[in-house]
Design a protein around this ligand. Structure first.
Ligand SMILES: [Zn+2]
Length: 144
């Protein structure tokens, strides 16, 4: 999977070929059944209680981690990183559409796997014990 997944003024994540990006088999979007991750912001007119996307806003969607620093507790001291799911999304709103909760679970597992790969690379070589303890977490099981 390339990162950022969604980027730029011509990409808000809406499906281009109407196939699930995870299984690449089932159709998504209307009129089909689909599951979506919707993120973003609306430029509000507070007086009229109305909001809409705006070309003056760029949206983003990160999944990040932050190691401990100063006198904080935790692993991965003074390191951090993130997966850029969406970056510089013109209008400020983005959408990721998959065919089912099973594919949504696979997508989230992929993101967690990729984040953990990044964390392993960022950990100083002097702290292998912290790496093993923190990265081995139970996986979300797929029902797909
Ligand atoms: Zn699917």
């Amino acid at each position: 999977m390339r990162y950022p997944l969604i980027q730029g003024k011509d990409d808000n994540g809406w499906p281009k070929n109407f196939r699930c990006p995870v299984c690449k088999v089932r159709k998504v979007w209307e009129p089909h059944t689909f599951v979506s991750i919707d993120a973003g912001a609306m430029l509000m007119n507070r007086r009229q209680r109305f909001g809409s996307p705006s070309k003056d806003m760029d949206g983003y969607f990160n999944i990040g981690w932050h190691g401990a620093h100063d006198d904080g507790e935790g692993d991965f001291r003074d390191t951090g990183g993130h997966l850029l799911i969406g970056e510089s999304v013109r209008g400020g709103q983005l959408c990721i559409t998959v065919c089912s909760t099973g594919c949504l679970r696979k997508l989230f597992n992929k993101w967690v796997d990729d984040l953990e790969k990044q964390m392993k690379k960022a950990v100083p070589l002097t702290a292998p014990k912290a790496l093993n303890k923190s990265v081995q977490r139970p996986r979300i099981k797929s029902r797909h």
